[in-house]
Design a protein around this ligand. Structure first.
Ligand SMILES: Cc1ncc(COP(=O)(O)O)c(C=O)c1O
Length: 373
């Protein structure tokens, strides 16, 4: 493995210092929450702090399974964050030189871990001009039967917020099966679908499909570092369990207990979060309608979207990002976090207060005026 730090982590707001940012529009989750904010009362005094069930807290696994028809608790492996699940899938599927087809842009780890392994990475690049839609025919052309070991997609997508239609996902699952490849579907934003209940977990599309998600983005609980992988093939799940056991043996009893309690109350906890996300989206929509400097493809899910300067705007993008933070206290996720140029940036509208969101949007215009040539 060849580890190197990714710009998205080096330049993350927590590494920069939250107190250095006034309007934080760089986050990819809803606002961080206290248990009190979620109406959860916990008495941890009696919890025995032992090594836990290696697959993960059974209540939590049941709650994850309850989110999708066709999934049972035995199909769920709890991990320290979705990040560990992604790592376990990549390292258990790929060896140096192996062929992997990965959508780009993407959550950076989905590209970086295959690279760190030394896999041969074939990226399918999404473009603004195609509304960031994945061209399944292009992906199909990259997948080589008997050679490709891993196909990796993210839906709802980070950083664009686009959602892969379920029929496309089914087609990708079928072509991965025909090729003998594992299909990783990063579904970390699944609970933040903007209209209606999300479809069944991608893992229901076959034993070669692994769904990954966590408590971080939709519930605002990244600090309990609790995520999971879901797979209906017992042999494949056993390999992921072996990976987990070599990394951490078992997860944190406290974190998993908290996650289980919150997820068991999903039907009470999630609706106000989703209602708030819709209000925030309305703030961003009316801001977009009020200006001529920036454009985006409207996201279908999640709490991020990819914004770019309109092509006719002649701007010094380095000066823009510098002045945005230095002079206007506002931070966004610059394009280079996602292997794009810095005329684009990820706008996270789920994390700041509504007032900070509005102030941050206004700051984008002010910084653009400062940096326009
Ligand atoms: C698409 C996606 N997957 C996985 C993760 C990792 O999340 P965590 O490890 O906090 O669950 C993130 C975090 O930004 C993400 O955006």
């Amino acid at each position: 493995m060849h580890y190197r730090r990714m710009p998205i982590e080096v330049e993350s707001p927590e590494e920069l210092g939250y107190d250095t940012i006034t309007n934080n529009l760089s986050e990819s989750s809803v606002a961080d929450r206290r248990l009190r904010d979620l109406g959860i009362e916990l008495d941890l005094d009696d919890l025995v702090l032992c090594y836990g069930d290696h697959l993960g807290d059974p209540d939590l696994r049941r709650a994850v399974a309850a989110s999708s028809p066709g999934i049972e608790a035995r199909h769920v492996l709890v991990t320290p964050g979705a990040a560990t699940a992604l790592f376990a899938v990549a390292t258990s599927t790929l060896e140096p030189g192996d062929h992997a087809v990965v959508v780009r842009s993407n959550y950076a780890t989905n590209l970086e871990t295959p690279r760190a392994i030394g896999a041969q990475l074939d990226t399918v690049d999404l473009t603004f001009d195609d509304d960031w839609k994945l061209d399944v025919a292009e992906l199909e052309a990259r997948v080589t039967p008997g050679v490709t070991r891993l196909v990796s997609v993210t839906t709802p997508h980070n950083p664009t917020g686009t959602v892969l239609p379920h029929d496309d996902l089914r087609r990708i699952a079928d072509l991965a099966a025909d090729a003998g490849a594992v299909l990783l579907v990063d579904e970390t934003y699944r609970d933040l679908a903007h209209d209606g209940a999300p479809p069944p977990l991608a893992a229901t599309l076959g034993g070669h499909v692994i769904s990954i998600s966590s408590m971080s983005k939709s519930y605002g609980l990244p600090g309990i570092r609790t995520g999971w992988a879901v797979c209906t093939d017992p042999a494949r799940l056993e390999v992921l369990l072996a990976a987990k056991e070599q990394i951490v043996i078992s997860g944190s009893i406290i974190d998993e207990h908290v996650a289980g309690r919150v997820l068991a109350e999903r039907d009470r906890v999630l609706p106000p979060i989703l209602a708030d996300v819709r209000e925030r989206l309305a703030i961003v929509d009316s801001w977009f309608a009020s200006q001529h400097t920036f454009e985006w493809v409207h996201p279908d899910g999640g709490v991020v979207g990819l914004v770019r300067f309109r092509p006719e705007v002649d701007v010094d993008e380095a000066a823009f990002h510098h002045r945005l933070l230095a002079d206007h206290g506002t931070y966004v996720g610059p394009g280079h976090w996602f292997e794009l140029d810095d005329r684009s940036f990820r706008l996270g509208f789920g994390w700041p207060t509504h007032a900070e969101l509005q102030a941050g949007l206004d700051a984008l215009i002010a910084a653009a005026n400062d940096a326009t040539r």
